[in-house]
Design a protein. Sequence first.
Length: 111
Amino acid sequence: MLMVNAWAVHRDPKVWDDPNTFKPERFLGQDIDAYKLIPFGVGRRACPGSGLAKRVVGLALASLIQCFEWERVGEDVVDMTEGTGITMPKAENLEAMCKARESMVNVLSEF
């Protein structure tokens, strides 16, 4: 079992400027190492929407696949190179074109 001392990580003055002050804006517009994002997923103060997100993301993805036809923009092969980060992002963003499936046009027009 691995026990992380999140309190010490969050209050390390070598890592954070003014570590005892609540400043969520410190995460905006910066290239942050993955270990600095621990404040968003540890203990009682973890993201309150993570449970909902885990349930809804799969449903949303399935709906996008079912309702739309997807094609690449251009003829280039999709680059699957991994970028850096805890969630394994792609190094190059994927560009795709979607078009509503014929069988879903009536369903989608109801919204």
